[in-house]
Design a protein around this ligand. Structure first.
Ligand code: AKG
Ligand code: FE2
Length: 497
């Protein structure tokens, strides 16, 4: 992954808006943002601290951050001075492993009868046994069965996805490849930090290699580590393509209102034409909470994510509109995770909750990703949820990979969102697509924004324009088109074999 550049910029006076983290594929807003944009500065700060102190766990860093009134600098100084195991307010909270396997093995203690306020509703009323789940702030609910994952998160998990030999061959190939991966450097609060894992972008053809190196931007800069898709990666992409399309069909049939695709979701076949491959070398390597960048994937994107090597936890949590989050914190009672997104409107004038509430108001759900499992992140995911690979205290070594985990996220970059055909900002650069997440009034609206603020040494021009899409998620062009001759057709992995 390349630079996740974040540089906090001039911001508008009243809104503490800074969007969350993180890196090349991830949405990281750094420009002066309109109040409409959701954010979670805690994630950014935790991402910085984790990259500076990878040996520490997230909970501990969060404690420190709270006790230091949200100042990354103060936490860094404390940690550097060696008084890091206690918070400044004297709490001696144990530095527990943020990602240790949960003792919870059954959901029964979390089931409640009604998905009323304070519970996690199943996405769809299913069989009678489908009840709401209840979690508390700061709590992590571990889901193991594919059925529970589909019911309570916007994901499908398929265990033992590939024939074992093929999974092992791909793993062996990518472990070799991982020698050439790099850590992405990114700019956070005027400091350059490195991603807490390594990776590379894989593309289909030499021409696409060229385009990714010179036209696509990720986190404000060009992708520096790009590689040509390997034979195993291509062979597996056919299987991923078929499985993801089937999972999308099932999702629509079983979970979406009237069995219809979501507004803005593409009705076309999902055909991956790029893949980010990540390597997590040891338990401390991680990726912080983020949503993936939709600039080239478009609204309501689907992503196919294959896990190989050691098992790690994939954590997800819903993005709450700001006002609800505050209310939850204010009431200090059961946190709410609502699977269907129909949360009631709350009083926007309530006070801002403390730092912790923003990061963890609803608790988290943990999906365990063993070797050879395919996770499909469905169309609801990026706009409404965040995901992370949390640091672990220990991992069980894998016979081929040792302590390493390889992850391949297959993606479909859409022709209609090629940087040649998206709006340019006043700097003359292609803009980034963002989705408003936290304010009730604008939640779900898309916008094009300048991404120069993410580039080290560059100032954002503050360009902002609402983005309009047709029902199938193709842009309705209210802006000047590039020349038609410049428009491109991207080759997917299968077609370019
Ligand atoms: O490693 C994983 O499973 C997730 C990686 C991820 O979130 C990403 O590449 O955007
Ligand atoms: Fe991601």
């Amino acid at each position: 992954m390349d630079s996740f550049v974040v540089k906090k910029k001039r911001r508008r006076s009243t809104s503490p808006a800074e969007d969350h983290k993180v890196r090349r594929t991830e949405v990281l807003d750094t420009s002066p943002v309109p109040d409409t944009i959701g954010d979670d500065s805690t994630d950014i700060k935790i991402a910085i601290l984790l990259s500076l102190f990878p040996e520490l766990n997230q909970e501990h860093l969060l404690d420190l951050l709270v006790s230091c009134d949200g100042s990354v600098d103060t936490v860094s100084e404390l940690l550097a001075s060696g008084i890091s195991t206690h918070t400044r307010r004297g709490s001696t909270r144990r530095a527990t492993n943020a990602s240790s396997l949960g003792a919870q093995t059954s959901l029964s203690s979390h089931l409640v009868h009604k998905a009323s306020d304070g519970s996690i509703a199943p996405f769809k009323d299913g069989p009678a046994h489908r009840k709401a789940l209840r979690t508390r702030k700061g709590q992590t609910l571990h889901l193991y069965s594919p059925d529970d994952v589909a019911t309570y998160t916007p994901c499908t998990i398929i265990h033992n996805f590939l024939p074992p030999k093929q999974a092992n061959a791909l793993l062996a190939e990518l472990l070799q490849e991982s020698k050439y991966f790099s850590r992405y450097e990114f700019q956070l609060f005027n400091r350059t930090v490195k991603s807490p894992h390594t990776g590379s972008l894989y593309v289909s053809t030499p021409e696409e290699y060229r385009q990714h190196a010179t036209e696509y931007r990720h986190g404000g800069t060009y992708q520096s580590n790009i590689r040509q898709a390997t034979p195993e990666l291509r062979a597996v992409s056919c299987k991923v393509q078929n499985a993801v399309n089937e999972a999308i069909r099932n999702r629509i049939r079983d979970f979406y209102p009237n069995g219809q695709k979501l507004k803005y979701q593409s009705p076309k076949e999902w055909k991956p034409n790029a893949a980010f491959v990540n390597c997590y070398d040891g338990p401390a390597e991680n990726v912080g909470f983020h949503s993936d960048d939709l600039t080239y994937l478009g609204p309501r994107a689907t992503i196919g994510s294959l896990s190989l090597g050691v098992e790690r936890e994939f954590r997800v949590r819903r993005i709450l509109p700001r006002d609800e989050e505050d209310e939850n914190d204010d009431s200090a009672k059961q946190a709410v995770i609502q699977g269907n997104g129909n949360l009631p409107a709350k009083n926007a004038s309530q006070r801002q909750g403390p730092l912790t509430s923003r990061a963890d108001a609803q608790g988290q759900i943990s999906i365990h990703l063993p070797h050879n499992s395919l996770l499909v992140m469905h169309a609801e995911m990026q706009e409404e949820w965040k995901h992370a690979i949390t640091p672990a205290q220990t991992v069980s070594p894998h016979p081929i990979a040792g302590n390493r985990r390889i992850n391949v996220t297959y993606r479909w970059f859409r022709d209609t969102l090629h940087p040649r055909s998206t709006p340019r900002c006043d700097c003359g650069e292609p803009t980034i697509l963002r989705c408003a997440q936290r304010k009730q009034e604008t939640r779900g609206r898309y916008m094009w924004m300048c991404q120069a603020g993410s580039t080290p040494g560059k100032e954002s021009c503050s360009f902002f324009q609402w983005a309009e899409f047709d029902d199938d998620g193709d842009p309705v062009r209210t802006y000047k088109r590039q020349d038609e001759k410049d428009l491109v057709t991207l080759a997917n992995f299968t077609a370019s074999q």
